[in-house]
Write a protein that binds this ligand. Structure first.
Ligand code: ZN
Length: 247
């Protein structure tokens, strides 16, 4: 039996699937994998969280990047891989999508907001770092682009930052806790397009395995955790998932 057939059967047999996605799902939509050679961080230096908080010039640079779309995290469209995942959720087969991506493409492909657990935040809006109030980028666009006004919270005066989790920023507690609960409750943990090297996110597949779930990994390249998986498919996500979910 091919890897694709095994995967299709495993999904069919599963009672509760959790899908875990990484950059590989979105590269097929043209969103760059920021860790790969030629990726975003090989072209522009990341702004560390501590620097954003401490240094006004770093904050200005961060907001310039927001409005220039420098990281190309926005503007892409979901691909067949996202649609296959959305289908699994809509069918009641998958209970949640845990993602390392910040591009909002799971939501845009039709997965309800409350089923998407974002471990690294979201690049489509901003939040106050103190009171967590959500702001749309549009609110600050004119002030920043015309007068270089660096956004602050209108409620508490705190710093406002793109809702992504930056390097050096603590992992968000609530999504981490939800991801753990979903992982422990599933009987099939399906990794799509993650090289599983960034911790603590990369700890979830093993947690699933230890709690008795089956583990399936679909990734173009081998991953460090292939040896723990029940099913491994080394291929593009979209074509594999499109066939497995029969889109
Ligand atoms: Zn605030």
């Amino acid at each position: 039996m091919s890897g694709r057939q095994s995967l299709a059967r495993a999904i069919e047999a599963a009672r509760r699937v959790v899908v875990f996605t990484g950059a590989g799902v979105s590269t097929e939509s043209g969103v760059p994998d920021f860790r790969s050679p030629g990726g975003v961080w090989s072209k522009m230096k990341p702004i560390y969280f501590q620097d954003f908080v401490a240094d006004e010039e770093k904050r200005r640079e961060a907001w310039r990047r927001v409005y220039s779309g420098a990281a190309r995290w926005t503007g892409a469209r979901p691909n067949i891989g996202h649609l296959a995942v959305a289908r699994l959720v809509a069918a009641g087969k998958a209970s949640a999508v845990i993602t390392q991506n910040v591009d909002n493409l799971h939501q845009e492909s039709g997965v309800p907001d409350d089923k998407v657990i974002e471990l690294h935040g979201n690049a489509h809006y901003a939040r106050c770092l103190v009171c967590s109030h959500r702001y749309e980028f549009e609110e600050f666009r004119t002030g920043f682009l015309e007068r270089e006004e660096i956004p602050v919270c209108r409620w508490c005066g705190g710093l406002v930052k793109s809702a992504t989790i930056s390097f050096g920023q603590p992992m968000p507690e609530e999504p981490m806790a939800r991801a753990e609960a979903e992982t422990l409750a599933c009987d099939l943990f399906l990794v799509l397009g993650s090289s599983l090297v960034v911790y603590p996110a990369a700890g979830f597949p093993l947690l699933a395995r230890q709690s008795g779930a089956r583990l399936a990994i679909v990734n173009r390249e081998p991953t460090d955790q292939d040896r723990f998986a029940d099913i491994v498919v080394h291929d593009e996500i979209g074509p594999v998932m499109g066939e497995v979910v029969r889109l």
